[in-house]
Design a protein around this ligand. Structure first.
Ligand code: PMP
Length: 399
């Protein structure tokens, strides 16, 4: 039977790449595809203790709770954001089912079909899927390693009069880059001038490799009414707790809370209570430091392996944090076309093309370096580089 789905579901359909990558989760394929933290670095004992305390503390954590989330955890988040220079009040913070839900609820309450949003190109694929599902028109802004290029941003602000600019300015997914302070300030200035909202998605900000450097969130530069800021415990504690948050202008957060009531009443209270206990009893900042060191070492291993491949035409920007290398390969390599070969040989990556809003570059790919041990990084990268080298050789013979 053919079911008459709504028009908007066309943007929800699975892609061939995603189907193929699903297989890699099961077999012995070394996968650099998912944006996954390392299983062995999960603070299992601390999470266990936090849940034990939650269970001991009685019925409240088992009951329905407020849509905006457990107030003590929101207070913890307010305090943690303050350390990053982001001013907020508990009332302006809502807990969500991962920051992914924050993106969805925001889009749900803000966009009419045909509204325009500016993004980088490439940008976070699952945000693009959300925006498309609400029939938003996405216009890419030119960007370089420092962020959106000011001239192009200003030109597109004027030409398209967007409702919002969506950015991942700190250790982006997929490009692994960090915006300069000047570009952050410019975006804010430009958005103020045109009365445009900024949606700052910051799941990776804590995973920074240089303790000395600070990357001021755009939200910390704002006077409170222009920027929405979302982050998550997925990368610093565990993704399974599905707890993220959004901070922003009270009116927007209130509207999003109404949309959340319709979506799921509230997010998982047990997770929220456990995260509260965890943040009181566990040295979360110490844990984050441990993650930074471990992920930095893995990033360096992957970087060495990329360099040792000595492939003319291969380029990347060294990530200053986060979880990804964004790699450009020689023009003749089509990463989507070679994925099946790579998976059959035992290693996976995400081809770059799906991350582009327009004009995809087929010779790009995203590599995650946080999920694999050094040994797996060595083996997997050898497989990948051999696949690409072979393809280049074949192409040269053909021409
Ligand atoms: N934004 C970006 C840029 C991401 O990479 C991710 C995770 N892949 C998310 C949001 C969503 O994370 P979560 O829902 O686990 O908080």
């Amino acid at each position: 039977m053919r079911y008459a789905f709504a028009k908007r579901v066309q943007h929800l359909q699975s892609s061939a790449v995603r189907d193929l990558l699903k297989i890699t989760d099961k077999g012995d394929v070394i996968s650099f595809a998912g944006g996954l933290p390392d299983d062995d670095l999960f603070p299992v004992e601390a999470v266990e203790k936090a849940f034990a305390k939650t269970f001991q503390s009685g019925g409240k954590a088992f009951q329905y709770g407020p849509t905006e989330g457990y107030i003590p955890l929101r207070q913890v988040i307010v305090d943690r954001m303050k350390q990053k220079g982001i001013p907020s009040r508990v009332d302006d913070v809502m807990l969500t089912t991962g920051s992914q839900q924050a993106i969805d609820l925001f889009a749900r309450v803000m966009f009419n079909p045909g509204d325009i949003i500016l993004t980088e190109n490439p940008t976070y694929l699952a945000a693009v899927q959300v925006f498309k599902s609400y029939e938003v028109t996405i216009i890419p802004v030119e960007s370089d390693e420092h962020g959106m290029v000011p001239d192009d941003l200003d030109y597109k602000m004027k030409k398209y009069m967007p409702k919002c600019v969506y950015v991942v300015p700190t250790f982006s997914n997929p490009a692994g880059k960090v915006w300069s302070l000047e570009r952050r300030q410019h975006l804010l200035k430009s958005s103020r001038k045109k009365k445009v909202i900024i949606f700052e998605d910051d799941p990776y900000g804590d995973i920074k490799f240089n303790e000395e450097e600070t990357y001021t969130p755009i939200s910390a530069l704002d006077n409170g009414d222009r920027v929405l800021y979302t982050s998550t415990f997925s990368k610093t504690v565990v993704p399974a707790l599905r707890t993220g948050w959004i901070k922003g202008p009270h009116q927007i957060i209130r509207m999003m809370a109404q949309a959340k009531q319709a979506a799921d009443l509230h997010s998982n209270s047990l997770s929220q209570h456990a995260l509260y206990h965890l943040s009181c009893d566990f040295d979360l900042d110490g844990h984050i430091q441990k993650l930074r060191k471990a992920y930095y070492n893995r990033m360096k291993v992957m970087q060495r392996l990329l360099d040792e491949a000595q492939m003319p035409g291969l380029s990347y920007i060294e990530p200053k944090g986060g979880m990804f290398f964004w790699v450009s390969l020689p023009e003749e390599v089509n990463t989507a076309g070679l994925l099946t070969t790579a998976v059959n040989k035992g290693a996976a990556y995400v081809p770059g093309a799906p991350f582009y809003v327009s004009e995809p570059k087929h010779n790009t790919m995203r590599l995650n370096f946080t999920h694999s041990t050094e040994e797996k990084l060595e083996i997997g990268m050898k497989i990948l580089m051999d696949v690409f080298k072979e393809a280049i050789e074949e192409e040269h013979q053909r021409v």
